[in-house]
Design a protein around this ligand. Structure first.
Ligand SMILES: Nc1nc2c(ncn2[C@@H]2O[C@H](COP(=O)(O)OP(=O)(O)OP(=O)(O)O)[C@@H](O)[C@H]2O)c(=O)[nH]1
Ligand SMILES: [Mg+2]
Length: 459
């Protein structure tokens, strides 16, 4: 579906956070942004066509009273050379609430409209400066809290996903042209491409799509954080480890087994990864109802984890409870930690006998092994990266890739079954449309509104 024609009124918003600050920036974008700003400036210090990219020190006044509002720096960016692709004015004023609100008020009086959230970026998209995956990356960059999230949002902002998607899409376009050309001509006029050649071409695109979508899990880890529960039998030292990694007393620690009954989640930056550490209830067979609920929740955490930290307490025997946990970890991504390394080894602590291989010995009390643990966590998370710079980071992009993949699989199986080109071409076209949703070549107003409403005002 086509996008509605762009609104061409001039918008204004505060682009810095509201409240007190050294400076604040008010932005205007649209055909009238220069004339509106100039109404607030003295006649000898106004923006002209030659002001592009230059900072102008001037004064903002209320045109109705002549009262000076603030001394400001005004920067003008000409259409096509600005973020929004429209005439854009940035007014850097003093960061006081009254000054900010007055400049906004006077701009609206002079003809501007207060911008919707994300409207500047929406205009950049509608003006063709960036595609939809880059617009989403702008929002990701703003919300990035750790190095990995920052790195990938920069890559997507610079067009990594856009370029990968466009190149896959253009291969599908070629394929579609090949198949449809044969629909328009008889076999006497054109030599039909053998079906195995078409199947091979479809397969190549499919592999590319699967490479990108295969990295969605990693994209989620980068953007929303890795889910890393700390599990083990009661008293293994889980809450103590959470506190040690956070360097604060977040969870209650006692010597009574069964202290933690509910999960506690805490975000922490581990070597540039956002890690959502989760303290869990100790796993043991119990008939006590509150504790049993806690244990059930721990099992849920194990199932949805990206990486599990499993503690086995060196100062106690390996027991049935440990073995039950071990059984749950089959085919999962986990690190085995021998806890309480500062204590002496219990005579019945014999993980080797059960084929359990501790990766690292740690002590939350002395700090032994904690540095290595952080490195091991980062290494394990890094190993989940399939090495694609083009990273799908949200469900919208993942759904579009998955729909495209399904359509291509249908086209491939019709080709292999010897179906007519008219059948194959329908699915090939669908695959093309779905990939177009990623970059926004194919989109709807609802999708755009949904994406840009998640931005802050002024971006
Ligand atoms: N010496 C020593 N004691 C530890 C260490 N880690 C934990 N402890 C002690 O072990 C006991 C249990 O610690 P917690 O951190 O509450 O254990 P937990 O696994 O969270 O226990 P539950 O919540 O009951 O399942 C407490 O008395 C801690 O002080 C350690 O590294 N060295
Ligand atoms: Mg605990």
């Amino acid at each position: 579906m086509a996008i509605d024609p762009r609104e061409d009124d001039t918008i204004v918003a505060l682009s810095t956070p509201p409240g007190l600050g050294g400076i604040a920036v008010v932005r205007l974008s649209g055909t009238e942004s220069v004339s509106i700003t100039n109404k607030l400036l003295p006649s000898n210090k106004r923006i002209s066509a030659k002001s592009h990219g230059k900072a102008l020190v001037t004064t903002i006044s209320d045109p109705s009273t002549g009262d000076t509002i603030d001394e400001v720096v005004v920067t003008f960016f000409r259409a096509q050379h600005s973020y929004t692709t429209e005439d854009l004015v940035e007014i850097s004023c003093h960061g006081g609430e009254y000054v900010q609100s007055q400049i906004l008020y006077l701009s609206t009086n002079a003809g501007a409209r207060i911008a919707e959230p994300g409207e500047f970026t929406k205009r950049a998209f509608l003006g063709g400066r960036i595609d939809l995956s880059q617009a989403e990356a702008v929002a990701d960059l703003i919300s990035a809290k750790v190095k990995s999230a920052h790195r990938f949002s920069i890559l997507q902002m610079q067009g990594a996903l856009k370029e990968r998607t466009s190149s896959l899409r253009s291969k599908i376009v070629e394929l579609s042209a090949l198949i449809e050309a044969e629909l328009d001509f008889s076999d006497d006029e054109i030599t039909p491409t053998p079906k195995n050649v078409i199947a091979e071409k479809i397969d190549q695109v499919l592999i590319g799509i699967q490479q990108v979508s295969g990295n969605y899990g990693y994209g989620k880890i980068i953007r929303t954080g890795a889910i890393v529960p700390i599990i083990g039998k009661p008293n293994a030292g889980k809450s103590s480890l959470l506190n040690a990694l956070l360097a604060e007393e977040r969870a209650i620690v006692t010597e009574t087994p069964g202290t933690t009954t509910d999960i506690i989640e805490c975000p922490v930056d581990i070597e540039g990864f956002l890690v959502r550490l989760i303290d869990t209830a100790g796993i043991r067979s119990t008939s006590e109802s509150v504790e049993k609920l806690g244990v059930d929740k721990t099992f849920e955490q194990i199932r949805s984890a990206d990486l599990i930290l499993w503690l086995i307490d060196k100062s106690s025997p390996i027991e049935e409870d440990d073995l039950n946990i071990y059984a749950e970890l089959k085919n999962r991504n986990y690190i085995v930690l021998e806890s309480k390394s500062d204590l002496s080894r219990h005579k019945s602590f014999n993980p080797e006998r059960h084929d359990i291989k501790p990766d690292l010995a740690i002590s939350s009390q002395t700090g032994d092994g904690l540095h290595e643990l952080s490195s091991d966590i980062a290494t394990k998370l890094r190993s989940l990266d399939a090495g694609e710079d083009a990273l799908i980071t949200n469900a919208r992009q993942a759904a579009a890739f998955s729909k495209s993949e399904k359509a291509l699989k249908r086209a491939l199986s019709s080709t292999l079954d010897g179906a007519g080109n008219e059948f194959i071409s329908v699915d090939i076209r669908d695959a093309m449309i779905y990939l177009g949703e990623i970059t926004g070549e194919i989109t709807t107003d609802d999708v755009l509104n949904e994406i840009f409403s998640r931005f802050c005002i002024g971006k």
